[in-house]
Each structure stands twice: as structure tokens, then as C-alpha cells.
Design a protein around this ligand. Structure first.
Ligand code: K1U
Ligand code: ZN
Length: 188
């Protein structure tokens, strides 16, 4: 074998280890998460693990409560183009500082609600502030899929799921499907 050895189960895009993703309904997905006050090594490892988990799923974002950790941490990488360099982004305490009047509708999915998709309308552009992995404050404007995804992930930190934007009947239908999926997975 030639070249550097990479432990099995790790993606070339991150150094972390995969964690199990909680499936809706779960009380932890309905809670408001706590701010990060100390950027500990444990939280840096969690960020790497979340990136690994997201790339493996595959997904374009992941929030800490989806892996059962109730802190305000999200990861995302919305690079879609084949051959374009990945842009793993880690945000501690992300905050939406401004939103556009323009709206955008996107058919959203969620790794905690597998194989269910629905249109959600949100501000087309958002300004977000956060603390990065080095503890440095950052501020940036997002549009397109990045804007949709960062809003979806920040919603997770506030106990909100994309199905909470849907009509009650549709939401109930999806929740029942997920209850069935969880029963089947528990039996397997
Ligand atoms: O938070 C999550 O559950 C992740 C979710 C993020 C998201 C998707 C779509 C709109 C807004 C936010 C996902 O990544 S679902 C999977 C997905 O959308 C996808 C997977 C592979 C390639 C491209 C997209
Ligand atoms: Zn989600």
C-alpha cells in the first residue's frame, strides 16, 4: 500500500468519528440549546465528529442536538459542484444578524427526518455572526443554498424543525412515518 494511511470509517474531508443521528420525534430535537461559553477540546472534537457524520450521511449541514449534544454548534458545507474544493464550516453560537426582504423557497430535507422533503420559504439572504474553531468572531453574508441551510441549522438550535413550517396535517403525517421507521429500526 502506498501513501499515508487513513483509519477506516473516516472521510478525507474531516478528522472526526461518525456519531449516530437522532430521528424525529425525540424530545432533544425540540429543546433550545445552551450557548457555548468555553471552547473546550471536547467541543472541537465534537465539531470534527459532526463534520464526519454530515459528510458520511451525506448531508450539507448538521446541528449538535441532532447528535444529542445540547450546545449551540452547527457545521455546514453546501459546496455542490463536483470537483470544487470542500468548504467545511464550523459555527459556535451562530446568530442571524440581518435578513433580506427577498424570500426563497427550497425543498428542504433533514437528516433527523430521513426521506421526507417539503418546500420551506425563508429569507433569501442572511448575515450571520459566529465564533469559529479558533475562537475568532466571524461575520458573513450568505445567499442561495448556504442561506437556506444556515437558517435550517440555527432553527435546530432553537428546537425547531423544517416540518414546523408545514400545515399540521402534513406535519402529523410525516411524524407518524418517522414513528413507524423508529419502531422498525428498533426491531431490526
Ligand atoms: O440539518 C440537517 O438535517 C441536514 C440537512 C440540511 C438541509 C438540507 C436541505 C435544506 C436545508 C438544510 C441535510 O443535509 S438533508 C440532505 C441533503 O439535503 C443533501 C444530501 C446530499 C447532497 C445534497 C443535499
Ligand atoms: Zn435538519
Amino acid at each position: 500500500m502506498q501513501g499515508a494511511l487513513r483509519p477506516l470509517g473516516r472521510s478525507p474531508k474531516s478528522e472526526g468519528m461518525k456519531r449516530p443521528i437522532l430521528i424525529h420525534p425525540d424530545p432533544r430535537l425540540k429543546k433550545v440549546c445552551d450557548p457555548v461559553t468555553d471552547l473546550s477540546d471536547e467541543l472541537r472534537v465534537l465539531a470534527d465528529d459532526m463534520l464526519e457524520t454530515m459528510y458520511d450521511a451525506p448531508g450539507i449541514g448538521l446541528a449538535a442536538p441532532q447528535v444529542g449534544v445540547m450546545h449551540r454548534l452547527i457545521v455546514l458545507d453546501c459546496v455542490k459542484e463536483e470537483g470544487e474544493a470542500p468548504r467545511p464550516t464550523v459555527m459556535f453560537n451562530p446568530e442571524i444578524l440581518a435578513v433580506s426582504d427577498d424570500l426563497n423557497t427550497y425543498e428542504e430535507g433533514c437528516l433527523s427526518i430521513p426521506e421526507q422533503y417539503a418546500d420551506v420559504t425563508r429569507p433569501a439572504e442572511v448575515r450571520v455572526g459566529w465564533i469559529d474553531q479558533n475562537g475568532t468572531p466571524q461575520e458573513r453574508d450568505f445567499d442561495g443554498l448556504w442561506a437556506t441551510c444556515v437558517q435550517h441549522e440555527i432553527d435546530h438550535l432553537n428546537g425547531k424543525l423544517f416540518i414546523d413550517y408545514l400545515k399540521p396535517l402534513k406535519r402529523q403525517m410525516i411524524t407518524r412515518k418517522m414513528q413507524k421507521l423508529k419502531r422498525e429500526r428498533a426491531r431490526a
